[in-house]
Write a protein that binds this ligand. Structure first.
Ligand code: GLP
Length: 253
């Protein structure tokens, strides 16, 4: 496990944006797995700023800058609520669309999302797994950390060999997601998520953790036992996983 401890949220966002940018330059056809949530908002804002800046005309009429070409990237959205479709204010795919896809002018056709309205969610999950295999696997998987140690919607009790699937949200996740949507009653009870085995197959994982309220759970993830009760702890023996935390989140390590 590698660690990057950033001074604050802006530095954390900038460090993660660096990693995405260097991958996008080194491997223009890379596949990225991306979460929503509040933690990566700054990363996406900073990355989108760089993309826009890279495409500005150069001074003195020298043409355009060496713009970041994202037209060959593939993106997999980490999770979605069940029974929630595009256009619903709670749709996680729409959230990523607003924060990253549209600001970076990434073609919607390059973005894989779980269809929360699928009549056959199990089949949808199997197709998601197949789509990841088809592009040759995920190069870089970004993750946030739930207050109960979840990654995506892999709730406590999730097995390390779990694949993309329908899950019942833990009470703690419903409570913590309530702040996004104006109350716990607005939070769907089920979700679709990439599984822990799916995440562990990514060539590189960045676990983003910000704020004092994540300090205790981050300590469990890093220093406690590797256990299904703290799903993020099961990423610890991945050969290329980096915890990127700000100082507040890293305070108990
Ligand atoms: C949510 C999402 C996760 C997210 C996590 C942390 O429930 N399903 O993908 O990473 O909780 O959210 P936040 O970054 O807002 O703290």
């Amino acid at each position: 496990m590698n660690f990057v401890i950033a001074a604050d949220y802006n530095a954390l966002s900038s460090a993660a944006a660096d990693r995405i940018e260097s991958l996008a330059r080194a491997k223009p056809n890379a596949a990225l797995g991306l979460p929503t949530g509040e933690t990566p908002v700054g990363v996406y804002r900073e990355f989108a700023r760089r993309v826009r800046e890279s495409r500005l005309p150069l001074p003195l009429g020298e043409g355009r800058g060496e713009g970041l070409d994202l037209s060959h990237l593939t993106i997999f959205v980490l999770d979605e609520y069940l029974d929630v479709g595009r256009g619903d204010p709670r749709c996680l795919a729409d959230w990523l669309d607003r924060d990253l896809i549209r600001p970076c002018e990434i073609a919607p056709g390059r973005v894989h999302v779980f269809d929360g309205l699928s009549a056959e969610p199990t089949l949808t999950c199997a197709e998601y797994e197949a789509a990841i295999v088809e592009v040759g696997g995920i190069d870089l998987q970004l993750l946030g950390l739930g207050p109960n140690g979840h990654v995506g919607f892999n709730e406590p009790g999730s097995r390390p060999d779990s694949r993309s699937r329908v899950v019942r949200l833990a009470a703690e996740s419903i409570a913590s997601n309530a702040r996004y949507w104006g109350g716990p009653d607005r939070v769907p009870r089920y979700g679709l998520t990439m599984g822990l085995a799916t995440l562990r197959q990514a060539r590189e994982i960045l676990l983003l953790v910000s704020g004092a309220n994540k300090a205790k759970i981050l300590r469990e993830v890093v220093e406690g036992p590797m256990t299904n009760d703290v799903p993020a702890s099961l990423l610890r023996d991945h050969p290329n996983v980096t915890v990127m935390a700000d100082r507040e989140a890293a305070a108990d390590l």
